[in-house]
Ligand binder design. Structure first.
Ligand SMILES: Cc1cc2nc3c(=O)[nH]c(=O)nc-3n(C[C@H](O)[C@H](O)[C@H](O)COP(=O)(O)O)c2cc1C
Length: 483
């Protein structure tokens, strides 16, 4: 059986049955659906929830499927700390798609007057979002020059039965493809894929060159070819095993207002003129599941994180082969900071790792480099290294006016730094110990002693009951599980 969304649901049911909940209680798509997930978030819980009865929606909605590192790790046969390494290994193995005539996504085909996107995509996620949004669509388009397929997730406002507004940033490949078509006064044909085996979502966050076919990357990440079949109304292939595909044309020379919309920064991303998509067909499974992504919520952060961590690992390894691991911490929205551990061989190497990291990803403002005894996924350890291994006058560096991200509320414009723009300072904290100088020794019980202590010998009635846990010592960061 080809991998699809249902394969993933079964994997979660088997591995983490307690994190998959279903409800047949009617839910209002305006704030209540995301309100349920927000309530769980408040208790630091991030279940995947199937809402079987969504008011005004013809299909059930699966919320927060990708809002946990542990669930993402199921895609890569690894644990939550192995995600970047596994993604990095697999992104190099590209598997071309298998071309088929048709597939489950064609069980219902709607064209012309039958099209009404609002009947399958009617969720209003956050207060002050401009309206109903598709936040989980992987937009797929083809490069007219070399035929390579590109995929990306962009916020998509639903403004009517057959009109969408889409907001790809200028740095994105889809913006570039649209621009190429616009110069020829032609629309860009797009397929918006909703619900599939999540390697499709992960591949959409691949950070490689434009020429690389991202359907082949999706195949490599999944370990099998993605089945593709012809679209109904476009000269484009679409994933045959998706839940829903919306076909459309991104019009040339047309921009209309879109937004605001809650962003990965957890602030409201401003509205502006955006690209317009005229929908030409909706195809879906007869029992389609609409997979939603909760914006301005951990799920939004985590989906974009894995490809970025893998890219960072790859780029830093080219300069510092002894890099150990890379974490885009949740506390920095999985975008604005990176914690990197290296096995430092010579002085200055920490700075080189940091400079590479800052250049590898425009969104990253802060690179903290630590030694290999620090776990970058443990923020308390990272901050301990900052507290005890950093002389701020020597080990902190600031680079002004780098290109970063407009969605960062502190980013500024070149003409006027009180106005929003894409520039910001980037900074480095080199929290590694010197190699060529003595440094104080760690104080700890010998490891071979404490690791070999059998607590049951000392406390036969049971260990741990009543013992202070980490959260009693210090409040944990609220957010998606980091371990
Ligand atoms: C949930 C989610 C929503 C996103 N929304 C946008 C968006 O509205 N605009 C944008 O430019 N990038 C957005 N991104 C980031 C792009 O999907 C990402 O940069 C992707 O790699 C772009 O692909 P491309 O460069 O191949 O076009 C989003 C990512 C996620 C995970």
């Amino acid at each position: 059986m080809p991998k699809d969304l249902r394969t993933f649901i079964s994997q979660v049911e088997e591995a983490y049955p307690d994190t998959y909940l279903k409800t047949s209680h009617e839910v209002d798509p305006r704030f209540e659906l995301t309100g349920v997930l927000r309530k769980f978030q408040d208790a630091n819980q991030f279940p995947m929830v199937l809402f079987e009865d969504v008011k005004g929606c013809e299909v059930p909605v699966l919320g927060n499927a990708l809002g946990s590192r542990d669930r993402l790790a199921l895609l890569f046969d690894t644990d939550s700390k192995g995600l970047a390494r596994a993604y990095d290994e697999r992104q190099g193995t590209k598997i071309p798609p298998e071309i088929v005539e048709t597939g489950p996504v064609k069980e219902v085909v709607q064209t012309g007057d039958e099209i009404d996107v609002t009947k399958i995509a009617n969720i209003v996620h956050c207060a002050d979002d401009a309206g109903e949004y598709i936040s989980s669509g992987v937009t797929v388009a083809k490069d007219p020059d070399n035929g390579a397929y590109n995929a990306g997730i962009y916020r998509i406002q639903v403004v009517g039965p057959n009109e969408l507004r889409l907001d790809p940033g200028q740095y994105s490949h889809i913006w570039h493809l649209h621009h190429k078509h616009e110069q020829r006064d032609e629309p860009l044909e797009v397929a918006i894929v909703i619900g599939h085996y999540p390697s499709m979502y992960m591949a959409s966050q691949y950070r490689g060159p434009l020429e690389v076919d991202e359907i082949e990357v999706a195949g490599g990440l999944a370990g099998e070819a993605v089945r593709m079949c012809p679209a109904e109304t476009l000269d484009l292939m679409v994933p045959a095993d998706a839940e829903i595909v919306i076909e459309g044309r991104m019009l040339p020379h047309v921009r209309k207002d879109e937004g605001p919309f809650g962003e990965f920064s957890w602030y409201l991303g401003p509205g502006h003129p955006a690209h317009v998509v005229e929908v030409t067909a909706v195809t879906r499974r007869a029992d389609a599941i609409y997979q939603d992504v909760f914006n301005a919520h951990p799920e939004h952060n985590l989906i974009g994180m894995v490809g970025r961590e893998a890219n960072m690992l790859d780029k830093v390894r080219a300069v510092v082969p002894t890099v150990k691991s890379v974490c885009m911490p949740f506390s920095a929205c999985c975008r604005f900071a990176t914690y990197i551990s290296i096995e430092k061989e010579y002085d200055g190497q920490g700075r080189n790792a940091a400079l590479t990291a800052l250049g590898a990803d425009p969104f990253v403002k802060l690179a903290v480099i630590v030694d290999e005894d620090i776990d970058p996924y443990n923020e308390t350890q990272v901050m301990w290294a900052v507290a005890t291994r950093v002389r701020a006058d020597k080990d902190v560096m600031i680079i002004p006016e780098a290109y970063t991200c407009e969605l960062d509320p502190t980013a500024y414009s070149i003409e006027d730094d009180t106005k929003n723009g894409a520039l910001n300072a980037k900074w480095i904290i080199d929290a590694t110990k010197p190699v060529g100088l003595p440094f104080q020794k760690l104080a700890d019980v010998p490891e071979d002693v404490w690791r070999n202590v059998d607590l049951a010998e000392f406390f036969p009635a049971g260990t741990g009951a009543g013992a202070a846990r980490a959260s009693d010592v210090q409040p944990q960061l609220v957010g998606a599980e980091q371990s």
